[in-house]
Design a protein around this ligand. Structure first.
Ligand code: ACO
Length: 324
């Protein structure tokens, strides 16, 4: 049975950078009070990239995909599977994956979206790995991409300061060499109420509330406990000790969640990749963007053991353990 190996990665962030001070000044024009100090102390976020109006998820996804394909030295025509994880698709249908496929010029690959909010990338990566292990695909493109700014209530300071836009991608290929060593996905739909965007389009109208709503403290607690259990579970199943992990690449929601998690797992800070300060929370894009940043700056090297973790709305969570 072949392994699925990550052979390339790419990331794309829209060029407009908005600092906490700029965001605070903008919110102040609507009598909404926040500050760089509050945002930095509670979340570790210093800035976010925001897409200009009219920019859609497939555009960010395609750019990240092109960079990942170039890094892997793979032509788009070689892909036989394309999965996009997103909660902010361009359309109801077709899937964003099909739109990316067309923009890349690939014809014939299976293409579909996965919806698991901030866990979307680890869900998509696990799905692609299963296709490759089962020999139903040989070369897969897995993307996490979001224009999350489009579902934020910009009058709610409790949520709008937390998120950003972006896309990250990896190319997976069937390999005799070890690649992905283990994966574990979980969900608990009964926790829907702590994080949701419960709107829909039906009969030509938006029904319900199309904006993200969150119980921040409940999310915080569940994120830390579920990710810690998931990390322990995936390592145990793969016969790997937590202390043998070279890099933890967790979902980038909040630096306090990441620090709590690192301490709970006994991983030193210098083994944890953090990009939330620069990217904010980009939902499904956060893990591949962080992985790509750490590969490009030379921290994550071939042969390293990397634990990627996602957690988010649903409630969903999951882990992928990969030998790079
Ligand atoms: N600026 C200033 N004050 C604010 C802001 C803001 N942007 N947002 C909330 N406040 C105020 C609140 O109104 C409240 O004021 P009050 O005491 O007068 O009522 C006060 O700050 C404290 O609010 P809390 O919600 O209790 O603040 P908390 O310390 O819990 O921090 C936070 C909020 C950062 C959201 C935290 O709960 C958290 O990190 N939760 C995790 C959720 C998360 O990261 N979600 C991301 C999406 S989910 C995911 O990706 C998994």
């Amino acid at each position: 049975m072949p392994y699925a190996k990550i052979i390339g990665s790419g990331g794309y962030l829209p060029p407009r950078v908005v600092s906490n001070d700029e965001l605070a000044a903008d919110l102040a024009t609507r009598q909404i009070v926040t500050s760089d100090t509050w945002i930095t102390e509670r979340t570790g976020i210093r800035q976010r990239h925001l897409a200009d109006p009219g920019v859609v998820t497939s555009q960010l996804a395609t750019e990240a995909a092109r960079r990942a394909l170039a890094d892997a030295g793979v032509d788009a025509s070689e892909l036989d599977l394309i999965i996009v994880a997103t909660s902010t698709p361009d359309f109801i249908f077709p899937s964003t994956a099909c739109l990316v496929q067309a923009q890349l010029g690939n014809k014939g690959a299976a293409a579909f979206d996965v919806q698991a909010v901030c866990s979307g990338f680890v869900y998509a990566l696990t799905t692609a790995e299963a296709f490759i292990r089962a020999e139903r695909a040989t070369t897969a493109l897995v993307i996490g991409a979001e224009v999350f700014s489009s579902i934020l209530d910009w009058n709610d300071r409790g949520t709008c300061v937390l998120f950003g836009d972006g896309a990250g991608a990896v190319v997976l290929r069937a390999s005799e060499e070890p690649g992905i060593l283990g994966a574990r996905l979980n969900a608990d739909g009964s926790q829907m109420k702590i994080l949701y965007a419960a709107g829909n389009v039906a009969h030509g109208e938006v029904t319900g509330d199309p904006f993200l709503r969150m119980d921040g403290q409940a999310v915080f607690k569940l994120a830390v406990t579920s990710l810690a259990a998931s990390a322990q579970g995936v390592c145990e199943s793969a016969g790997i000790r937590l202390e043998d992990i070279d890099w933890l690449v967790p979902h980038q929601a909040n630096v306090r969640i990441i620090n709590f998690l690192g301490r709970k797992l006994g991983l030193p800070e210098d083994k944890v990749v953090i990009t939330v300060d620069r990217h904010a929370n980009t939902s499904a894009a956060s893990v591949p963007l962080a992985l790509d940043a750490a590969r490009r700056d030379g921290r994550v090297k071939p042969g390293d053991l990397v634990l990627m973790q996602g957690v988010g709305g649903g409630f969903t969570w999951g882990s992928v353990l990969a030998r790079m």
